[in-house]
Design a binder for this molecule. Structure first.
Ligand SMILES: Nc1ncnc2c1ncn2[C@@H]1O[C@H](COP(=O)(O)OP(=O)(O)OP(=O)(O)O)[C@@H](O)[C@H]1O
Length: 300
């Protein structure tokens, strides 16, 4: 289990991460979402023990991660741009990781050679961006970490390789209880992959929830009232994240349980009433809007 408690990380006096607490259970996949500059990379680097926070603690299975070499050997951090030694090949990087990570598996390295069609002797600097990304997954998985922290890892991978990597991650989680923390702007990927999600904005965690609960907690309602005066009454009774009118139909994005929402609307006997689930992308956009970060209707 990973436990972050009250973590604040400053850069030149500015809070990149502001009083964040989170828990990631062993053998689960946690998705970290957020606006640009929200603090996701800073949070991940603090979780990985690369940064020391100004306040708060980060512990994995009860042990601190910062300046703890024994714990670092069980954690793998994949940065948003893969890093390899200059002039090195996959074989050379594998030899390096083998010397650092005691759990390195040579048999896994051979097996995964069938998944990643990459020349292990060729210089990594000559690989394409997607091929470099594949190489870093290959190396990371062979280190057999207990915790895998990945900063926007899906970028640059083709759809077949994305599927392949998702399957490998699911397998590692199911078979050896790997714990994964992944940040991404690709909400479709997060929706497929994660058990739990956190949404960050301006250094704060806006929401942190089980993905199924999050989806069960926010709904889209399309409604047409017999009397337009009923529109205003809804906002007073429910937590409305967004409202817009499309002809005679009103669209509401509402937080709360579906049964409670339905009851509030039913009182007004609307002649159109549809209650629909939201995609993660819709939840993200409306939550961000609620936090004051909307897309502006500007056409230049
Ligand atoms: N090394 C650093 N020195 C100074 N400021 C930094 C440093 N790293 C990050 N910051 C600042 O901290 C804030 C959070 O940055 P961070 O990279 O964690 O955001 P992010 O959520 O990963 O963003 P993105 O989605 O754009 O990659 C930003 O304001 C950024 O300018």
């Amino acid at each position: 289990m990973i436990e972050m408690r009250g973590v604040t990380k400053l850069f030149q006096g500015e809070k990149a991460v502001d009083s964040i607490s989170l828990t990631v259970h062993k053998g689960t996949i946690y998705g970290l979402l957020g606006s640009n500059g929200a603090g996701k990379t800073t949070l991940l680097k603090t979780l990985a023990g690369i940064y020391s926070p100004e306040t708060g603690t980060v512990k994995v299975e009860g042990e601190p991660v910062f300046e703890n070499p024994g714990m670092k050997q069980r954690i793998m951090f994949m940065p948003d741009s893969p890093y390899f030694f200059p002039q090195s090949s996959i074989s050379q990087m594998a030899a390096f990781y083998r010397s650092i990570y005691p759990q390195w598996s040579q048999s896994r390295f051979k097996e995964l050679g069938a998944v990643f069609p990459l020349d292990t002797k060729r210089k990594l600097s000559r690989f394409s961006k997607g091929m470099q990304r594949q190489a870093s997954f290959w190396l990371a998985l062979c280190c057999m970490p207990d915790v895998l922290i990945m900063d926007e890892p899906i970028d640059g991978l083709d759809p077949v390789m994305r599927r392949q990597i998702k399957n490998l991650l699911f397998q590692e989680v199911a078979e050896r209880q790997l714990t994964v923390i992944i940040s991404s702007h690709n909400l479709r990927e997060i929706e497929d992959l994660c058990d739990h999600v956190g949404i960050m904005h301006a250094g704060k965690m806006l929401i942190e929830k089980d993905l199924d609960d999050l989806k069960a907690d926010t709904h889209k309602v399309q409604v047409a009232f017999r009397d337009e005066r009923h529109e205003a009454a809804i906002s007073a009774k429910l937590q409305v994240l967004h409202q817009e009118r499309r002809g005679s139909v009103n669209l509401y994005i509402v937080k709360g349980e579906s049964e409670r929402i339905a009851k509030v609307f039913e009182v007004y006997e609307p002649y159109v009433f549809d209650l629909l689930p939201l995609t993660l992308e819709e939840i993200f956009i409306y939550e961000m809007g609620d936090a004051g970060y909307d897309a502006q209707p500007i056409i230049l």
